[in-house]
Design a protein around this ligand. Structure first.
Ligand code: LLP
Length: 404
């Protein structure tokens, strides 16, 4: 990490305290640029930001300014999206297992909706006849960095099975459904471009049976590098290859279709830095533990997915490296990193976790009654507080106190 960036992060920690989430808006901008340039061979293409990755209102406002649409998975994400300035037409709601009442509310708000099960298709036809929908297909493709983020395989809960397409067509003949799009998303952290191309072939085959489509949504799963030498999705090559077969398909289909992607990680992961301070360094006969003032309440990816987040000691970056287990203050095993080589850590040092822009704050909780950190956005050389640090009153606010 460059010295200027280290100094900037340290300065922000002094100003706003820690633990602290910091996002660099310029990195988000340049990631968006990379994506849009990679697919500039396709006539109509939209990137719907998968805001589950980072739902801060201001991050959504930045996406809107850049020109993305929005992929939302809950009523609340839709509401934040609308508040950020997205029009209902720019939002696609792709829920999984929500109540039909939530779908009804999304229809009331006028957003686009993806449906992935037969019962809801029937309810939808009964209540909303001509309202446009997209259908999520499960292509039976095994993909993704780990089991938890693999969503397109045969045993996955997501989508209508590719083996049920005939049933789907039959249902479509019986009830009024206005199917305007098809959607797949096979998982997150996909390096192999052939997986995307295979998914495309599956969706093209289904699309031939739906003559009135307006778009095909390929979901996301673009992998970003987490550690040095890590493989990532070659987005330029993907753009070239997928763009080419997409263009061939629309020629065959006979009319233009919009190509949609729903990137989360690719847009925001690398923009994020999570800072935490070392409370104590504890030596045992077997290990050296560096305890930070955080835990899986703030950053759960290492514990939940065994995910690697690179750690830099901002206070002592050039010291000799030693082996550490970086752990948190939660009363459970909350290991951020095991036997990791990091520049010598002392009590009071500030550690920085990289790739903390996606699925980091958005997956945080109040476990152990800990408070959520503040969030900062650096934009055009200026820094902005985009979420204040929580105080105890925030978690007490939703508690009903009764007389016992
Ligand atoms: N579209 C759909 C339908 C999705 O389910 C997801 C992610 C995305 C798009 C965005 O995928 P991305 O571009 O971020 O790979 N919490 C996990 C990742 C779970 C992703 C869930 N769905 C993690 O931290 O690795």
């Amino acid at each position: 990490m460059e010295l200027a960036r280290i100094q900037q992060l340290e300065e922000l920690a002094k100003q706003y305290g820690n633990p602290l989430y910091i996002y660099d808006g310029d990195i988000i901008k340049s990631q968006y640029k990379k994506l849009s340039e990679a697919f500039n061979n396709v006539k109509e293409v939209t990137f719907n930001y998968a805001c589950k990755a980072n739902t801060n209102l201001n991050i959504l406002k930045l996406m809107k300014k850049l020109g993305t649409g929005l992929d939302a998975v809950s009523l609340q994400e839709i509401q934040i999206g609308l508040k950020a300035g997205f029009t209902p037409q720019e939002i696609i709601f792709t829920p999984s297992g929500v109540s039909f009442d939530e779908v009804r509310k999304a229809v009331d708000l006028g957003v686009n909706i993806h449906i992935d099960n037969f019962p809801f298709l029937k309810y939808f036809a009964e209540e909303f006849r001509n309202y446009p929908i997209g259908i999520r297909i499960n292509p039976h493709i095994k993909a993704g960095g780990n089991e938890k983020i693999s969503t397109g395989h045969v045993n996955s809960k997501f989508g209508i099975s590719i083996e049920q397409i005939d049933d789907l067509l039959e249902l479509k003949n019986q009830i009024p459904l206005n199917v305007q799009g098809l959607h797949i998303h096979t998982g997150s952290d996909i390096v192999d471009i052939d997986i995307f191309l295979k998914g495309a072939e599956v969706i093209f085959d289904v699309a031939e049976k739906f003559p009135n489509l307006k778009y095909l949504d390929f979901g996301s799963g673009f992998k970003v590098p987490y550690k040095e030498g890590d493989k990532q999705t070659d987005i330029e090559l993907l753009g070239e290859k997928l763009g080419e077969i997409f263009n061939q398909f629309i020629e065959k289909y006979g009319k233009t279709l919009r190509l949609i992607f729903e990137p989360g990680k690719f847009l925001v992961s690398q923009s994020g830095y999570f800072l935490a301070e070392v409370n104590v360094v504890k030596e045992t006969p077997y290990n050296t533990f560096a305890f930070v003032n955080s835990g899986f309440n703030h950053l759960i990816r290492p514990m939940f997915y065994n995910a690697y987040h690179h750690i830099i000691n901002l206070t002592n970056p050039n010291a000799q490296k030693k082996n550490y287990n970086v752990v948190g203050y939660i009363c459970e095993t909350d290991t951020f990193a095991s036997e990791r080589e990091i520049s010598e850590i002392r009590e009071g040092d500030l550690l920085c976790f990289l790739n903390a822009g996606a699925y980091s704050f958005s997956m945080s909780s109040n476990y152990n009654s800990r408070l959520k950190p503040a969030e900062i956005l650096i934009m055009n050389g200026e820094t902005h507080l985009i979420r204040r640090r929580e105080v105890l009153e925030d978690i007490l606010m939703t508690t009903e106190e009764i007389n016992l």
